[in-house]
Design a protein around this ligand. Structure first.
Ligand SMILES: [Zn+2]
Ligand SMILES: [Zn+2]
Length: 322
């Protein structure tokens, strides 16, 4: 009898929550990398599937191998593919260890891979695009760990000036009066591995349009294990959903054993169908495929024509083991 060929690589998780795509892979202990292509950012780089190369920033939540295993490769491939040096954004406590890792590769390869590191302090912000900033904040895990939130920054006319004519406004501005105020709109929040704590209810996390977060344990009997590993349990997510305002909560970092249908069923039991409808599981390929096809149908109805080319190839469920 012939031996079986190896299993096909699993496809990437994909969720479109307009106007942002969230894509990548995430299995607890194995590998996590989550990309928001429209924002030019990957969160974590536990592995480096090809699409991750296109983003210029890799924001690292913590140093566990399942979150940084593909980081050196990502830096190297970006340069090899002519995409320019990548920029690693990390907790300042990780800066030296990451540099040492990269130095190790210089010894191994006898060549230097250029890359940038931005070492962040808690609450520090960096600009990643025009009017778009990324802020780091501290969370709690078994090693130093950060979460990130991407914010749109706008200036808006102060209410007392909204009725004034343009000419008058120009005059005021020229005379040094501050006629605008800075507003920030949180777009995407990312929490890597973390235990529950006040960082879950920060204003910028609570009001982000999309929240991507780990949920390592689902079964009721695994509550204690979540506590020991400083991870979130589905019960924590249930409580959190009471105050989260996001349009979409994307859950990552479930274990390979977790059956996605069971996880969703359990969530619906705990929070009801309506609240559960805001929650997506990054690696639930079957549900995500159905969701995307619904979005395609809606777009086609709105445009009054068939949108070709994306339907069959968009999400491949091969390799879905749940
Ligand atoms: Zn992890
Ligand atoms: Zn971890």
């Amino acid at each position: 009898m012939l031996p079986k060929p190896p299993p096909r690589e699993g496809s990437l998780g994909f969720i479109y929550s307009p106007p942002f795509r969230v894509q990548g892979m995430s299995v607890a202990g194995e590998a996590t990398c989550v990309q928001a292509p429209e924002l030019d950012v990957c969160f974590d780089m536990g592995a480096c599937p090809r699409p991750m190369l296109a983003s210029k920033f890799a924001a690292i939540s913590h140093g566990h191998m399942d979150h940084i295993g593909g980081l050196a490769y990502w830096c190297s491939q970006r340069v090899f593919q002519g995409m320019g040096p990548g920029t690693i954004v990390c907790d300042a406590r990780l800066e030296r260890p990451i540099q040492r890792m990269m130095e190790g590769y210089v010894d191994l390869e006898q060549q230097v891979t250029p890359y940038n590191v931005i070492a962040m302090a808690p609450e520090q912000e960096i600009d990643i695009k025009n009017n778009i900033a990324m802020r780091a904040f501290e969370v709690e895990h078994t090693c130093p760990a950060f979460g990130y939130v991407i914010l749109e920054k706008r200036s808006k006319l102060k209410p007392e000036y909204t009725d004034l004519p343009q000419e008058k406004l120009r005059e005021l501005k020229a005379s040094g009066v501050e006629i605008t105020r800075r507003l920030e709109a949180p777009l995407v929040a990312y929490l890597g591995d973390t235990s529950p704590g006040p960082w879950l209810v920060r204003n910028d996390v609570r009001t982000a349009q999309i929240v991507v977060c780990e949920c390592t344990f689902v079964e009721p009997e695994h509550r204690q294990r979540a506590g020991i590993g400083k991870h979130l349990h589905l019960d924590d997510i249930v409580e959190w959903l009471r105050v989260l305002e996001c349009r979409t909560l994307v859950l990552t970092h479930l274990s390979r054993r977790t059956n996605m249908a069971y996880a969703r069923k359990r969530l619906v039991e705990l929070v009801g169908r309506e609240k559960a409808s805001r929650v997506e599981f990054l690696m639930d390929h079957r549900a995500n495929k159905m969701r995307y096809e619904r979005q395609l149908d809606e777009a086609e109805r709105a445009e009054g024509r068939r949108i070709e080319g994306t339907r069959a190839s968009a999400v491949d469920t091969e390799g879905d083991e749940t």
